[in-house]
Design a protein around this ligand. Structure first.
Ligand code: GLY
Length: 334
């Protein structure tokens, strides 16, 4: 009798809490998952020295460790994606945080977003210039402001008011990005946005032990970006999306095409409204985006425990973790 009463109560609770509808109970609950990326592009063995290859793999693994530690102890997907992206923002190998690419004028302007699949709350910033961890600024926008998306000076001011760590813009500058910027400035303008660029945007998606998903993305954008250009990364539904009813997605690549295709939301929509697997949904949307002329990649996790990559470039810096272990990869044939 008591058991029946408890079962009925559990049923009512599940029906009245939409977020719970996608949760798994008892033995069915999937283990946690974490997937990260550090950018996609013309990344081939003959373009990386053994030292660069090793440094990138080590950095990806550190980010996986940081996010996994959160998930392993029962922390939230949201905390895990923030922790993983912070590590990647601190690493000069990637186009985010320290190591971000230079604008046309020769400074650094960050874009970042974060999204919680439980209730589709989201926070994003564009053109932030002094916050050490733009992903954390995006999270503060989500949690401590009535808004979703802040830009430029306003984002910087909000960051100070939130007490986030501030650094001089020069902190983000690295010799390699300066070299790329100088090369860019020396080109005829028609050739400016070279397809050969490696898009080093970073991102993470996670599934926690409660069955909740989250996504985060952070980037410096494109070398030589001007006129206040904004890429896909901070645009909710383009480069970043999370929805417990479907999946969490973070993208990297030629932002203009990801915006036009609405890639991250489109993948989630396919999962909700078709019988596609996560891989089929991501491959289909990436092919449609490719048909527009865009290149890049996505990482996806679902509340059911699927965790996949899809990319149409020669390589993508990427990694996955679960209770079974961690793995990282760079080239397309890995
Ligand atoms: N995908 C990053 C950007 O286009 O800014």
């Amino acid at each position: 009798m008591l058991a029946r009463l408890l079962l009925a109560l559990a049923g009512v609770l599940l029906m009245t809490d939409p977020a719970s509808a996608q949760r798994f109970v008892g033995n069915e609950r999937p283990a946690w998952r974490l997937v990260i990326h550090g950018g996609a592009g013309v990344i081939q063995r003959d373009r990386l020295t053994p030292e660069q290859d090793a440094a990138i793999r080590a950095a990806l693994d550190r980010a996986l460790q940081a996010g996994s530690a959160v998930l392993e102890r029962g922390g939230s997907a949201l905390d895990a994606v923030e922790a993983a992206v912070q590590l990647l923002e601190d690493d000069p190998n990637f186009n985010a945080g320290r190591g971000a690419v230079f604008t046309y004028e020769g400074s650094i302007e960050h874009d970042a977003a974060i999204m919680d699949g439980r209730d589709r709350r989201a926070g994003a910033v564009t053109g932030s210039t002094h916050t050490r961890h733009p992903v954390t600024l995006a999270r503060r926008v989500m949690e401590n402001s009535p808004h979703v998306f802040l830009r430029g000076l306003g984002a910087d001011q909000f960051s100070v008011e939130q007490g986030l760590e501030q650094v001089p813009n020069e902190y983000f500058h690295t010799p390699e990005r300066r070299r790329q910027w100088e090369e860019f400035r020396a080109r005829p303008s028609a050739e400016a946005f070279d397809i050969d660029l490696k898009y080093g945007t970073v991102g993470a998606v996670a599934l926690d032990r409660e069955g909740n998903v989250a996504a985060a993305t952070s980037t410096g954008g494109l070398t030589g970006k001007r006129w206040g250009r904004i890429g896909d990364s901070p645009i909710i539904g383009a480069g970043t999306y999370a929805d417990n009813r479907a999946c969490a997605v973070s993208a990297t690549g030629a932002g203009e095409f990801f915006i036009r295709e609405g890639v991250a939301h489109e993948i989630c929509a396919r999962l909700r409204f078709t019988r596609d697997s996560a891989q089929q949904a991501a491959d289909t949307v990436m092919a449609e985006m490719r048909a527009l002329g865009g290149t890049g990649g996505v990482i996806v996790v679902t509340p059911g425990g699927d965790s996949i990559y899809s990319f149409n470039t020669p390589g993508m810096y990427r990694g996955q973790a679960s209770p079974a272990g961690r793995s990282v990869a760079i080239y397309g044939d890995e």
